[in-house]
Design a protein around this ligand. Structure first.
Ligand code: ATP
Ligand code: MG
Length: 486
């Protein structure tokens, strides 16, 4: 036998209540009676009745208001009101409160049972409809979830098969996802890496430096070197609310090509040096072995001038080769302001000839650098040399040196033509000469490349700030030598 439906009777003690109880029981319903509000709330919570029959006044309260409050909690519960008499006011109030119907005296047994049955049937339909709707919505949600699951699988297989290494980390630097290429790069087994901290899993120093350095910063590019000679270009990108992503491309072949090119340039430069010395030597000898006329003298002069330019170029290339190969290991304490004075001494006559006004602003008690003095001299010569070369007669050059946060800052500012914005990042490249140089400005475009290599090998930074027609300022920041307290 199916479970009998429970009808909750919330009525004050009266003959009508007993009549209802009897009528409902006779019609095979179960009944329960409550006489006051707390009891009603408790009974509704605990026994989930199928219908509530409530008196117009209940426990001294307005039954319609009590019923309306319960409907807020149980919107699908059918509620019948037992009114004291049948009036339009009662009907209105019942409709307004959203109750299922009402009974009024004189009560007849079958009227009671009919009213209850009708309300239960309507509630049953409503319940069926709700269940159907819930089922329909759930199945459409499931469908959508299965689509997004399929998309996820597709995305995962794309990432897994990418040639580039991809690692996604959470904000604790634990692995969320790592693809096959990244695993191969770091020599990891692909299985069960999710959730593991990348730093304890991978011992590569460059990766550790990258993770430490890019904290809180925007996209950054790094080179990750492996002991077996492989080199990867890596980007570490923060992803809001997730953590960060590392993508890596194998650039070993590019590095090899670059190395081959450098080796080639180095070898050629080296091999050019001896014939050039011979050319200069023999050009010097011509005048000594016999008389030469004025025109021949002029030609010899030009030969020497040209050979001198090639020799400078060759020397610059050899210098760059040495710097890039990391052969510049010599380190001693260098006072940068002293080097500057040597350099300015060399340029003195040129400065005077061009009628350039030179201003110096050198801080007192500058800390020394731990550097190669020859390279620092070369760097300053190039910067001052450029400033003089590109500043027109009667212009100004300002040199400033100061120390800040244990760094030496050197600034060389001129009143020359300036450098177009779009070319500013290229002028430190080898052989790059900006569009501001005229045909008769001599140079090969190696000076600033040498400056950059020197600054890099001393762990510093160099950059330019310039507005066309308003001169240029070159800045060099180098770490000062930290004297240990004794
Ligand atoms: P090199 O120094 O090899 O003799 P260069 O002076 O042309 O030749 P860099 O010193 O490398 O080469 O400078 C690269 C380019 O940057 C220059 O050709 C010039 O266009 C620009 N440049 C450098 N310094 C200045 C400056 N002070 N004012 C304006 N442009 C400059
Ligand atoms: Mg130069």
């Amino acid at each position: 036998m199916s479970k009998r439906e429970l009808i909750l009777l919330a009525l004050d003690e009266s003959p009508a209540l007993r009549l209802m109880e009897r009528a409902l029981r006779a019609a095979d319903y179960e009944t329960a009676i409550v006489h006051e509000q707390n009891g009603l709330a408790k009974a509704l919570d605990e026994s989930s009745p199928s219908l509530l029959l409530i008196g117009e006044t209940f426990g001294g309260e307005n039954g319609i208001e009590v019923a309306a409050a319960q409907l807020d909690r149980f919107p699908t519960l059918p509620i019948l009101l037992f009114a004291e008499k049948d009036t339009t006011g009662t009907i209105k109030a019942v409709l307004k409160a959203g109750l299922s119907g009402y009974l009024y005296p004189p009560l007849k047994t079958d009227e009671i049972v009919d009213a209850v049955k009708r309300s239960l049937a309507r509630a049953g339909h409503l319940g069926d409809w709700i269940r159907r709707e819930v089922k329909r919505t759930t199945s459409s949600l499931e469908k959508r979830a299965s689509i997004s699951e399929a998309e996820k699988t597709r995305l995962e297989s794309i990432i897994a098969n990418l040639e580039d290494g991809v690692i996604v980390l959470d904000d604790q630097k634990k692995i969320i996802l790592i693809n096959r290429a990244a695993c191969t790069a770091f020599g990891l087994e692909t299985a069960a890496l999710a959730g593991q901290p990348i730093e304890s899993l991978v011992s590569n120093d460059d990766l550790h430096v990258m993770l430490a350095k890019s904290e809180g910063s925007a996209v950054k590019y790094y080179e990750i070197n492996f002991d077996d000679g492989r080199v990867f270009n890596a980007q570490h990108t923060p992803i809001p609310k997730i953590g960060s992503a590392i993508t890596m491309q194998d650039i070993t072949y590019l590095k090899r090509l670059d190395q081959m090119k450098n080796d080639f340039v180095h070898t050629v430069s080296h091999d050019l040096r001896s014939p050039l010395t011979a050319v200069i030597g023999y050009a010097e000898l011509i005048e000594r072995v016999g008389p030469v006329n004025e025109q021949q003298k002029e030609f010899i002069h030009r030969v020497k001038g040209s050979v001198q330019s090639i020799t400078t170029l060759v020397n610059d290339l050899l210098d760059l080769g040495r710097l890039e190969a990391g052969f510049d290991a010599r380190r001693e304490l260098v006072q940068v302001e002293d080097v500057l004075q040597y350099s300015l001494g060399l340029f003195e006559s040129l400065i005077r000839k061009k009628n350039i006004h030179l201003y110096q602003n050198i801080a007192n008690d500058l800390p020394p650098l731990r550097a190669n003095p020859i390279r620092i001299r070369q760097m300053i010569d190039n910067l001052i040399g450029n400033a003089i070369k590109y500043t027109p007669d009667g212009g100004e050059i300002r040199v400033l040196i100061l120390a800040e946060d244990n760094q030496i800052i050197l600034e060389v500012t001129d009143t020359g033509p300036g450098i177009p914005r779009e070319e500013q990042s290229k002028i430190f490249d080898k052989f790059y000469r900006a569009s501001n140089v005229t045909n008769d400005t001599k140079g090969t475009g190696l000076g600033l490349a040498i400056v950059k290599s020197i600054v890099d090998s001393h762990h510093g930074r160099v950059w330019v700030e310039s507005v066309v027609n308003h001169g240029a300022s070159f800045f060099v920041v180098l770490p000062a030598y930290e004297q240990k307290e004794t």
